[in-house]
Design a protein. Structure first.
Length: 214
């Protein structure tokens, strides 16, 4: 495909986007426009390299990539698993490392062990369902929350939670602990399936340049 076509990146807002831009900068891809913190612009262009970048909410990144509105996306593995979109996951970027875990008070360990029908609160109902139903073969009630999930067991909404653990300090400060580990997480690069065929060379070259830095 000709170099005239723009390659569009969707980046999950926040730390992941900052880290991704640092990484891209190290392979000579810069986007000066994006560094202006006061700008309200949503889309940024690097004319020379024919690249476009936009920031979106993390869970929307796989959506943009599946529909081809972005060729490439960078987002956490947690979001990729939860959104379950038809995209290629091509690279582990190695930052944003944390774990998806089942957490709760120590007293809930027993309930897990005996496969009791427990209540599980999570921002990630699909990951929770996949883990309990398909991996553990345990019937549970899953309750979707949108944040501060640690409150679940504290206020008596749920027995346990399925959530991201990074340093573990949120759990500790709230008297909770990791009871089971589901999987490790980190930032991943995803690619639209058609873009991968149409722009194979540009995308492959990008992947191998980034891989050399990791
Ligand atoms: C995440 C996660 C935990 C916390 C874990 O929440 O849901 O609450 O970080 O980090 P720690 O192990 O280093 O304490 P986030 O800050 O993304 O906000 P949220 O509660 O709104 O999901």
């Amino acid at each position: 495909m000709s170099e005239d076509r723009y390659l569009t990146f969707a980046l999950g807002k926040g730390r992941l986007a900052t880290k991704t831009l640092e990484l891209l900068e190290r392979i000579g891809i810069t986007c000066e426009e994006m560094k202006d913190k006061d700008s309200r612009k949503l889309i940024f262009v690097n004319e020379e390299k024919k690249l476009k970048f936009f920031l979106s909410k993390g869970p929307d990144v796989p959506t943009y990539v599946e529909y081809g509105a972005a060729d490439i996306g960078v987002v956490g593995k947690d979001t990729i698993m939860e959104e379950n979109r038809r995209v290629y996951e091509v690279l582990d970027l190695g930052f944003g490392k944390c774990r998806m875990c089942v957490c709760g008070p120590e007293s809930a360990r027993e309930l897990l062990l005996h496969h009791e029908r427990i209540r599980v609160a999570s921002k990630y109902p699909l990951i929770a369902k996949e883990y309990f139903y398909n991996k553990k073969h345990q019937t549970v009630d899953i309750i979707k929350l949108n944040g501060s999930v640690e409150l679940g067991p504290i206020v008596g909404l749920s027995d346990v939670i399925v959530d991201i653990v990074e340093t573990g300090s949120t759990l500790k400060e709230n008297g909770l602990a990791v009871l089971e580990e589901i999987c490790p997480l980190s930032a991943r690069m995803i690619v639209n399936q058609v873009s991968m065929q149409m722009e194979t060379e540009r995308i492959r070259s990008l992947i191998s340049q980034i891989r050399e830095l990791l």
